[in-house]
Design a protein around this ligand. Structure first.
Ligand code: SF4
Length: 228
């Protein structure tokens, strides 16, 4: 498969910082949050509150530091072996010849989401959107993160090919979860995104987890009044 480094996009957006919520931007007049929030929301919504509304800062966990290191190394290797391309050109060319890209930024102002996809395989008959994770367990939170990438990609491109979301064990070739992005999956992820938009605009409360195991390994536990 050809390797294409996406360096340019046709579309440019008007982007501003949100006045009070860290991490949220206002893009095309709408609140827009990082897709990685879906992973955090699935773990515990209250983490989002502490980090982004209260501004609590914590040290990254060893797993986060190690994950960033591997990610960076893979990215550097990819850049050396790839050719630069505009996003829209890569999508179009892949209708006849398969290619793969890493660190592809997607922005969907209509849904208020944005993020960077770890890897995309664009093939003439399907698109595979891959997120690298530690371990081999597909959690609801990590599956939702990939589903949101699929939604953003589809919204940006109007893609008519089959789209699949996948989770891969970091640093390996092992795709341990893969799912077709069906209309039903799309409906479900839109519902979850809508919930997060409600957290941001204050129409829904941030619900803390009831699972003490999550609190025990939470990096916010020393600053959280709901820690169990
Ligand atoms: S300590 Fe528990 S309730 Fe508080 S943010 Fe962490 S996981 Fe959520």
């Amino acid at each position: 498969m050809q390797q294409k480094n996406i360096t340019e996009y046709d579309k440019e957006y008007e982007i501003k910082d949100h006045p009070s919520v860290k991490g949220v931007k206002i893009i095309e007049g709408q609140n827009n949050f990082p897709i990685s929030w879906l992973n955090q929301q699935g773990y515990c919504e209250y983490q989002l509150y502490l980090e982004n509304m209260k501004g609590i800062e914590t040290q990254p966990t060893p797993a986060m530091t190690q994950g960033s290191k591997i990610h960076h190394e893979l990215e550097e290797i990819f850049k050396q072996d790839s050719t630069p391309s505009k996003f829209e050109d890569a999508v179009e060319a892949s209708k006849t010849e398969a290619s793969m890209s890493r660190e592809v930024t997607v922005i969907a102002p209509n849904y208020g989401i944005r993020g960077d996809i770890d890897e995309i395989w664009m093939k003439p008959d399907e698109i595979v959107i891959i997120d690298d994770k530690p371990g081999r367990t597909p959690y609801q939170s990590t599956m939702n993160q990939v589903r949101a990438y699929c939604l953003a990609y589809k919204d940006m491109t109007g893609e008519e090919r089959k789209i699949k979301g996948a989770l891969r064990e970091r640093g390996t070739e092992n795709l341990f979860w893969i799912e077709i992005f069906t209309p039903e999956v799309e409906k479900q992820i839109k519902f979850t995104i809508d919930r997060i938009q409600g957290l941001i605009d204050g129409t829904r409360p941030f619900v803390p987890t009831k699972n003490p195991k999550k609190c025990r390994s939470c990096r916010f536990k020393n600053n959280c009044e709901h820690a169990k």
